[in-house]
Design a protein around this ligand. Structure first.
Ligand SMILES: NC(=O)c1ccc[n+]([C@@H]2O[C@H](COP(=O)([O-])OP(=O)(O)OC[C@H]3O[C@@H](n4cnc5c(N)ncnc54)[C@H](O)[C@@H]3O)[C@@H](O)[C@H]2O)c1
Length: 350
């Protein structure tokens, strides 16, 4: 690919989950992505990533934007820093991919979207669950018409896996499971069943060492009339544990899809049954039990790269992701009030 057509990538935040992004960008080199710079406030982390992946290291994002010609920046820091870093990218006319959760508050998410709009820069949220091989396959079955019109679903991420070991900051979050992982499952519910009219939610704190809710049960009415239940917990005690699989059942007018443990998809279509393994293959840098999530990072980054180059919005653009974040907001409000809540809407200024 000629140099002029290649895309120069920068990455900010070389922590725990960023390792997957770094490997994914490295795999995408053959498709025209050049990871040119990495940045972390912790200089040693930036140096280590730079050495392993052949990029230049920075410990200050502004210095990186000033010194490098970056086309697209991948922001893989925790949510508190997303607004400032996305604004810096927009100011430098650089496209940005922001890890989920978009930001700690609805107002900050809107601010990030409006800032990119004002600067005319490309913006997407790294919502990777819907890009996983298995979830794409489920969507393909729905799109094929095999189950008819989907009208009921249950989607669950229920685990007792010690997520706090790799991400100790989670134990301190006042908004925990819905914002951390429920957000992915809510996004899947949108992906499979469309937008949501209203929802109710019950939360629980079952783990003694965490500040926020570790369990949430959300019930939603979609605009299509379908009803879904979205469950997320870090407090399940089960052997075998399903981490980090999303288990689901989707029922439709002509059949159903059940995804159970071990990436097994069972489909009933007009009285006929078939079964398929929908797990991701292991890549040189992925390992169980994270492999589905890790491979989804590769698919997400590839999608972002191609859409950015084409000048088209990503499926999970900033604006699209506001609709997922709106479900998070509505779920917390519903849990606090005990009422059914309509998700907030963002209306573009122009
Ligand atoms: N999609 C998924 O499945 C998934 C899984 C895990 C984590 N995540 C998300 O990934 C994000 C990062 O989580 P993590 O666990 O890797 O966090 P982490 O704390 O391990 O890594 C974040 C890194 O960013 C650096 N950093 C913070 N502010 C910075 C700044 N202004 N400039 C440069 N570097 C800065 C920190 O020094 C740290 O090394 C979170 O938003 C989290 O929710 C997503």
């Amino acid at each position: 690919m000629p140099e002029s057509k290649r895309t120069r990538i920068g990455l900010i935040g070389c922590g725990f989950y960023a390792q997957n992004h770094l490997h994914a960008w490295s795999d995408l080199k053959t498709e025209g992505a050049d990871l040119v710079a990495v940045c972390d406030l912790d200089g040693a982390k930036a140096e280590a990533a730079a050495k392993q992946f052949g990029a230049k290291a920075y410990s200050d994002a502004r210095a990186m934007f000033t010194a490098e010609q970056i086309d697209l920046v991948d922001i893989t820091t925790q949510m508190n820093s997303h607004k400032a870093l996305a604004a810096l990218a927009a100011e430098h006319k650089v496209g940005a991919i922001v890890q989920k959760p978009f930001a700690p508050t609805w107002a900050d998410c809107i601010d990030i979207v409006e800032t990119a709009k004002r600067h005319g820069t490309w913006l997407a949220v790294h919502e990777n669950f819907r890009f996983a091989t298995g979830m794409r396959r489920v969507r393909a079955v729905i799109d094929s018409g095999a189950i008819g019109q989907p009208n009921w679903a249950r989607l669950g991420f229920r685990t007792g896996y010690d997520v706090f070991k790799g991400q100790p900051y989670l134990a301190e979050e006042k908004r925990l499971v819905i914002l951390d992982v429920g957000i992915h499952v809510l996004d899947l519910a949108r992906y499979f069943l469309g937008e949501v009219k209203h929802l109710t939610c019950e939360t629980q704190k079952r783990l003694p060492h965490v500040k926020g809710e570790d369990t949430a049960t959300v019930m939603m009415r979609h605009n299509s009339g379908a009803v879904s239940i979205v469950e997320s917990t870090y407090a399940a005690r089960k052997i075998p544990d399903a981490f980090p699989e999303t288990l689901l059942e989707i029922e439709g007018t002509e059949g159903s899809i059940v995804v159970g443990r071990g990436d097994k998809m069972q489909v009933t279509t007009q009285g006929i049954f078939f079964e398929e393994n929908i797990g991701s293959p292991l890549l040189s840098w992925t390992s169980r039990p994270w492999h589905n999530s890790q491979e989804a990072v590769l698919h997400t980054n590839r999608h972002m790269l191609n859409r950015f180059r084409a000048g088209d919005a990503a499926d999970t653009s900033g604006e699209d992701n506001l609709k997922t974040y709106a479900l998070v907001e509505a779920a917390y409000e519903a849990a606090a009030s005990g009422q059914s809540v309509k998700p907030p809407q963002w209306i573009a200024k122009s």
